[in-house]
Design a protein around this ligand. Structure first.
Ligand SMILES: O=C(O)CCC(=O)C(=O)O
Length: 279
């Protein structure tokens, strides 16, 4: 990944303000802010009960295996789960949340027949963690075409995200800075309440914040990517097929159990119809 050294956080930047919406606000305004600024927040998108359940399901796995991805990029005081659907049935409610999908429809469907999740990662930043290096999620893809977003990410807050506990840092407008130019480092933090969601474009420079509080900060980042791209995480191997069969058809499609048009991803045999060759 292209990485820039982290710089000081700011609640606001001189040039830009992170926009916060309620789900009931004008849809076009939400999409416009996301496209223009590269990021925006929707308040209180996920109800408290669902958030509780997802946390309850994920926490034992954070504790048991959350350290497996520790490295200079992910940090050494951050627990991670590579594919939350493998550990939490209720996480499906985040991933297929209707407004999230409506926003993905608006951004991604102009460029593909259907889209899928690239990754869906549980991230728990523990007290004492340093700020993560700024990076772009979509630089896993080696080319960029102006005007086309390869993917859009959503960070669902499972507890309140604050300046102190490491709310995600975003450089507004940085998605337009060009593939190799990098980020000028001016960031603000997406402070948001539990159940809210930060949306950001795949090209937007961002990173986890430093946790200077005495409690953990937990969220789930799901990336939604164009259906003709290879998924970042191999969902067929990380979410066992028997488990995938328990989710809604929408989540199965998002996991990738669906061809892209008639030919891409064909599985002609399709003995039980689990794979949809139709679009
Ligand atoms: O934890 C966060 O706030 C952001 C993490 C992130 O961007 C990443 O690991 O790719």
């Amino acid at each position: 990944m292209n990485q820039e050294p982290a710089v000081a956080d700011a609640a606001t930047t001189e040039s830009a303000t992170l926009r916060y919406f309620n789900a009931s606000d004008a849809f076009d305004d939400q999409v416009q802010a996301l496209k223009r600024d590269g990021a925006m927040v929707v308040n209180d998108l996920i109800d408290a009960r669902t958030v509780d359940r997802v946390l309850q399901e994920l926490q034992p796995h954070f504790d048991a295996i959350g350290r497996q991805f520790e490295d200079d990029f992910n940090g050494y005081a951050t627990r991670r789960l590579a594919s939350v659907l493998a550990y939490s049935m209720h996480a499906a409610a985040l991933i297929e949340q209707p407004l999230v999908l409506k926003i993905m429809d608006a951004l991604l469907l102009p460029h593909c027949i259907n889209y899928r999740i690239g990754s869906s990662t549980g991230i728990q930043i523990l007290p004492g963690e340093k700020a993560q290096v700024l990076h772009q999620d979509d630089d896993i893809y080696p080319v960029r075409i102006p005007g086309i977003d390869w993917q859009v990410s959503v960070m669902f807050a499972l507890n309140d995200f604050t300046v102190e506990n490491g709310a995600t840092r975003v450089a507004l407008g940085s998605h337009d800075s060009g593939y190799t130019k990098g980020c000028d480092g001016e960031t603000l933090q997406a402070v948001m309440s539990r159940g809210s969601a930060l949306f950001y474009l795949g090209a937007a420079w961002h990173g986890g914040g430093a946790n200077r509080s005495d409690a953990s900060r937990t969220g789930v980042i799901t990336t939604y990517s164009l259906g003709w791209l290879r998924q970042e995480v191999n969902q067929y191997l990380t979410v066992p097929r028997e488990r995938a069969a328990q989710f809604s058809r929408t989540v199965q499609n998002l996991l990738g159990y669906r061809g892209h048009g008639r030919y891409l991803g064909r599985f002609a045999e399709d003995p039980d119809g689990f794979w949809l060759n139709k679009h």
